[in-house]
Unconditional design. Structure first.
Length: 310
């Protein structure tokens, strides 16, 4: 896939422009050296940033950036072939600078819920993007981590501690790859059957655990089985939760299940799947991703990062 680089194609910058750029670069280097001579070693980082900025400016910088984009795209194409995808996943557009207003989906309200975290299945957007979310933490497949990293497919995890605690290290690796780790309660209980205090223990306890183990307190919470009541949302809010994403489609290794009557994807839909393997599915987590991406890409959608829209 070609990448646009502006008016000048790589390797075809006019000689006059190149000459002016070299003069400007030389002047910047002289200025940088002069500053370095009159300051202490504590400014080394600042000088390095100046040099880096200089190297990315002008026609040569544009050429470098275009080359990097081409190399990244070729790597994604190769990764798609490696992992058995029929098509290379589409790249998502830049997320909106002004985040959409999230409200509770009609029919998902609770009494007195006006000031509680919104419950939703789709993010309001006109961009042709969907969001992949993965629940619980039972399966800890290293191939899945490699696949998602090489394909650069973003996703959001909702973790239950009773399954995660046996291998926090797996999810630290996931976090290091840029994945947000969010709350799915301590023990995956059916929340409406619990008292407010018990629900609060389940939700706030998991907030504390994620902060302790992974260094960041989540702001997203998904109730087990998608079931909740007013106490659930009040408890979640008291623990620092600001949004409750549910889902509009669910992915398995051999199919997609749909919430809507038209059995289709829509801009901003949230897709649910689980950390599962052959013990529960007819396949592996990479098999599930192949099924998801077959559907998503064929319908002209890209997978974007949910947190970028909230």
């Amino acid at each position: 896939m070609g990448v646009a680089t502006g008016d000048a194609a790589p390797g075809r910058v006019r000689a006059g422009a190149r000459g002016r750029y070299r003069v400007a670069l030389a002047a910047l280097l002289v200025a940088a050296l002069g500053t370095a001579c009159g300051t202490s070693s504590g400014t080394d980082a600042a000088q390095e940033e100046k040099t880096k900025a200089t190297s990315l400016a002008g026609p040569a910088g544009a050429e470098n950036r275009a080359r990097q984009l081409r190399q990244a795209e070729l790597a994604r194409i190769a990764a798609a072939k490696k992992w058995g995808l029929a098509r290379t996943p589409l790249l998502p557009p830049a997320p909106p600078t002004e985040k959409p207003k999230i409200t509770t989906r009609k029919g998902f309200e609770v009494d007195g819920g006006e000031d509680l975290p919104p419950v939703f299945t789709t993010v309001p957007t006109e961009q042709k993007v969907v969001f992949l979310t993965i629940d619980d933490g039972a399966e800890k497949d290293p191939e899945f981590l490699r696949m998602m990293d090489e394909l650069k497919i973003p996703y959001t995890a909702f973790l239950s501690d009773y399954l995660v605690r046996e291998d926090y290290g797996y999810f630290r690796k996931m976090q290091d790859l840029g994945v947000s780790l969010n709350n799915h309660t301590l023990n995956h209980r059916y929340m409406p059957a619990l008292s407010y205090e018990k629900q609060r223990q389940e939700i706030c306890g998991q907030q504390d655990t994620i902060q302790k183990q992974f260094g960041k307190r989540p702001r997203l919470f998904r109730p087990p089985y998608g079931n909740y009541n007013e106490d659930t949302l009040r408890a979640a809010k008291s623990c620092g939760v600001t949004a409750v994403p549910l889902w509009n489609a669910e992915a398995f290794t051999d199919r997609m299940d749909w919430r809507e009557w038209d059995r289709d994807l829509h801009p901003g839909d949230i897709i649910l799947t689980h950390f599962r393997g052959r013990e529960d599915w007819k396949g592996t987590m990479p098999d599930m991703i192949r099924q998801v991406m077959k559907t998503v890409t064929a319908k002209g959608y890209a997978v974007a990062k949910l947190e970028d829209y909230l």
